[in-house]
Design a binder for this molecule. Sequence first.
Ligand code: UDP
Length: 429
Amino acid sequence: MHRVAMISLHTCPLSQPGRGDAGGMNVYVRELSRELGRRGLAVDVYTRWTDRDVPQVVQFGDNARVIHVPAGRIGSLPKAALWPHLPEFVYHIDRYVAARGLGYGLIHSHYWLSGWAGLLLSRRWHVPHAAMFHTLAELKRRARPEERESPERTRVEREVIACADAIVAASAHERTQMVSLYGAEPQRVDVVPCGVDLDLFRPGSPQQARRQLGLGDEPVALYVGRIEPLKGLDLLIRTLPLLPKSVRSRALLLIVGGEREPATPSHNGHIDERTRLANMARELGVAAQVRFTGAVPQAELLWYYRAADVAVLPSYYESFGLAAIEALACGTPVVASMVGGLLTTVADGQSGFLVPWRCPPAFAEKIGALLTDLPLRQRLAGNARASVAAFGWPSVADRVLSVYRHLAALHIPQACLCRAAAPAIISAR
Ligand code: UDP
């Protein structure tokens, strides 16, 4: 097995993370593909073509390239509108592969939409399929009942979990949930944590970082990531007025990700999450203390991590939470919700704090402690870097490769028939 087809339908690994739907999954697919490519595996990442000005094939590492294929019109489409275009996506991948005589030894799909495509292609090409979900509908719904998902999603997730040759879970928690909520067979779920670029994200002078960002000596709490309700940023904003008196009016909350400016309300009056958060900060009288920077390239993110006194992930759910290990790699303690992958990356009381209650006073207590208690902050910061030493991308790639090797050696096509799979669609075109 020398060639791997990665499927990342809804988002391109080369998109700017932190904006729109691009986030941890993009970083994961990009870094894993590069790392596998360095080891001599040829990795092709198939993704939906969203921009005519971007060439169809883009090399982004040794032996690693992105191949854009049409699915619906070429242009951006909301994730929720992609399901009907899946057969076309699969058809174009198959046609591209056939026209060039390419052959793959394995398919690795990312997210449920790509999982569906992976199932079809693995049957068509008679190769094993490893699936990774990054998020699962049932876990989101349980974490935040207001989450709305398409009716197909849970059904397809179940079918991919039942039929893929291996499932890669980002944390032990995710694996347990796959078994209990989706009936996954435990022996087919491998836990491989996500990674961090330990060369890029390193500790360094906070003062220099603050100068770089035009910050003074104000206490700084930092959030890094996409801006969406599941991230729980409203809770973080509500925390600001509850901080200890000594820092309450001076503390700055940097929100890195999303758009810098609020979007104009849509015709039906719907406001986006960025605007909702800004309005909330205004109503609470803390607008001057909340700064939205917009999305920042990863190479510049380290200045933010280094400048911050504490990084905060108040998420309802995180299947892994790359931002947490990036902050820790830079020597910045993390305060996070006690959910999902964060349970395995943040050592409570050692490299940060895990907060079990989704309420502002609980977060304010821990953030406040780190902003006001220098010895505590220094102790946790001192443990932070070492706590993520095992999460470098080379170790992630080693573990993913061992999943691939196992599959390539043992591949016996799954006998189960999936309702999601409709190979006739491919040959009918
Ligand atoms: N990120 C970035 N620039 C930004 C905001 C986020 O490069 O402005 C990256 C960040 O470094 C991290 C990823 O986006 O690698 C977010 O991943 P995480 O797992 O924290 O969240 P997800 O998007 O998976 O929910």
